[in-house]
Design a protein around this ligand. Structure first.
Ligand code: ADP
Ligand code: ZN
Length: 350
């Protein structure tokens, strides 16, 4: 899939940006459907529809939560769009976090074989999901099992929308910012350690800067992956164990970012073992725990975690492949024998 280039707006004037991007769409949209969730819509829907002024606007609000990224909601939105007479020249705007971005994006990718969509992420975590062109819904058998590669016309990050995010959502999204620093931007990594002493520092210009650098890492890796396949796997740093923890606890018991933070600490330990090197592992741990990222929940059984890691989508033939670290912005994908993973997990759990 060749991705097209599209504008990314990041700043305090996202509504103005939306208006001008919308007005410049060619061919002119026949109508627009803003899709959002029940937490975000009461806060921001009005501002968004007002920015679109004279357009023929419809809105659709789904309940908030990961379980709403469902076929039922997908179908209900399609039905609504058809009933409202939307056509190939209609546009969808996704106003929300990853759930809305993925669901609305997949609706856009498939309605009338694909209509234009604009993404307005309202979470910090969505800096990750909004870049890279993946859209999907969940199936009871697995997350993101039904989806497509589909690029938006634009991604518009209106920074002021983020400030109502609950604290644990800040922490969750920030884990992916840290990840992007670790895998691809040593300067960002150092800057975060120096400037973001607590999550409350993630405001205004600092927030904007951190987001911009993190998005740049993601965009660069996604673009590189189109030529030399494989680098996209780097984005999985911290996720092999992170996903296993989420699945073992039951989805929603720990935020994605909290689980990834645990996974990133584990990847440090494993990297030191595999490569026989010393990383700033203790410092990294202290740094993350300072933001109140959790430790590995003691109730989790490490053999079961290992099994989950072997079932990971990215594990081929049950061989655990993990993104490991030789240094900041210096990562490799390695096949790690089960026994080594298990033994390191045992040490990590102490
Ligand atoms: P992500 O996958 O990006 O974390 P979700 O769609 O799962 O995003 O949203 C996480 C939670 O935060 C949901 O309960 C959602 O309703 C809520 N939420 C999203 N954006 C905001 C916001 N700007 N202010 C307050 N709550 C928000
Ligand atoms: Zn992630």
């Amino acid at each position: 899939t060749k991705s097209k280039r599209y504008p990314l707006y990041l700043g305090e004037e996202g509504l103005t940006a939306l208006r001008s991007i919308y007005q410049q769409l060619q061919p002119k949209p026949s109508s627009v459907l803003v899709i959002s969730d029940s937490v975000i819509a009461p806060l921001y829907m009005k501002q968004v529809t007002e920015a679109l002024a004279d357009a023929d606007i419809h809105t659709y609000v789904i309940p908030s939560g990961e379980k709403e990224k469902s076929f039922e909601n997908y179908y209900a939105v399609q039905t609504y769009a058809l009933e409202k007479g939307m056509d190939r020249r209609s546009v969808i705007i996704a106003l929300g976090g990853g759930v809305i971005g993925d669901l609305a994006g997949f609706v856009a990718a498939t309605f009338m074989r694909g209509i234009r969509f604009i993404q307005m992420p309202t979470t910090l975590l969505a800096h990750d999901s909004a870049v890279g062109g993946k859209v999907a819904i969940n199936h009871p058998i697995g997350k993101n099992m039904i989806g497509a590669f589909y690029q938006p016309e634009a991604v518009i990050y209106h920074i002021p929308f983020l400030y109502t995010l609950p604290e644990e959502e800040w922490r969750s999204g920030y884990a992916e910012v840290i990840k992007h620093g670790v895998i691809g931007d040593a300067h960002l990594y150092d800057w975060l350690q120096k400037e973001i002493l607590s999550l409350e520092d993630l405001r205004g210009e600092k927030l904007q800067y951190a987001l911009q650098r993190a998005i740049a890492v993601k965009a660069k890796i996604v673009a590189a992956d189109e030529t030399e396949s494989g680098v996209r796997a780097y984005l999985n740093f911290g996720h092999t164990l992170g996903h296993a923890i989420e699945a073992e606890l039951g989805y929603g018991r720990m935020t994605h970012g909290d689980a990834v933070a645990v996974g990133m600490r584990f990847a440090h330990l494993l990297s030191e073992r595999i490569y026989g090197i010393e990383l700033a592992r203790k410092e990294f741990e202290k740094w993350l725990l300072g933001y109140r990222y959790p430790k590995l929940p003691p109730e989790l059984n490490i053999e079961r975690l290992l099994l989950r890691m072997k079932q990971d989508k990215k594990a081929e033939l049950g061989v655990i492949r993990m993104v490991l670290l030789k240094g900041i912005a210096d990562v490799c994908v390695e096949e790690v024998p089960d026994v080594v993973v298990l033994d390191t997990l045992a040490q990590f759990a102490q």
